[in-house]
Design a protein around this ligand. Structure first.
Ligand code: SAM
Length: 213
């Protein structure tokens, strides 16, 4: 397992068990201990990628700018905003976005955006260009296309950290075939550095780390 965790993400004890954790207000009923909150890899694809030792390239720190696509009610993006600098969280469904706003209450660096990640021109005036990382977990058809459309925001040396859900692309196909097609499509704009199945935590999901070409 890699020790390359972003600054601010630590392994801490919760009820006698060592778990990934960040410092911040709890968001989804996760255990807390002296200001630390456990990061549940079963609820978070990024948490699973970190648990599995993937080199996400996320560094943490106030200077790190992140664009998070598919923020839902803030489970994962709240951990990201606990350790990173400005974190733009895009979510198009109003209901989870309401909870996301609550998660942002105690996180001044978390900026929820009610927007469609397939239409980045709608938030281009808000998101500063040259973000250090795009973290994407939209679980919708066309996941590679969403990543390609948003590449415009990524710094030349930035990273795409992508979770792909096979069943969102096509429930009838073998996940491995779907993942191969997604990697192939991504290569239009990205160089894939690492990929790994997340099945230990999320069935039929692939984690991908890539950089812009
Ligand atoms: N990333 C979240 C977490 O770990 O806390 C879970 C995300 S959930 C699997 C996928 C989310 O992506 C849903 O909330 C869905 O509404 C959102 N989504 C799907 N397509 C989207 C799009 N085109 N633009 C913005 N959000 C989208």
């Amino acid at each position: 397992m890699s020790d390359e965790l972003p600054a601010g993400v630590e392994r801490r004890q919760f009820d006698g068990e060592e778990r990934l954790a960040t410092r911040g207000e709890p968001v989804y009923g996760e255990p807390t201990n002296e200001g630390w909150r456990a990061w549940n890899p079963n609820r978070s694809k990024l948490g699973a990628m970190l648990e599995l030792g993937m080199e996400t390239g996320l560094a943490g720190g106030d200077d790190e700018m992140v664009l998070y696509l598919g923020a839902a009610s803030g489970t994962t993006v709240s951990h990201v905003a606990d350790v990173a600098g400005p974190t733009y969280a895009v979510e198009f469904a109003p209901r989870p976005a309401r909870d996301l706003l609550e998660a942002a209450d105690s996180r001044p660096r978390l900026f929820p955006l009610l927007a469609d990640a397939r239409k980045p021109e709608r938030y281009a005036h808000v998101v500063e260009c040259d973000v250090d990382a795009i973290v994407q977990d939209v679980a919708t058809r066309g996941q590679a296309r969403v990543a390609l459309e948003n590449a415009r925001f990524l710094a030349d040396d930035g990273r795409l950290v992508l979770a792909v859900k096979a069943r969102s692309e096509d429930v009838t196909r073998e996940p491995g075939d779907v993942f191969a097609d997604v990697r192939d499509e991504l290569s239009e704009g990205y160089e894939v550095l690492e990929y790994r199945r997340l099945d230990d935590y999320h069935a039929d999901h692939l984690g991908i780390v890539a950089r812009p070409r």
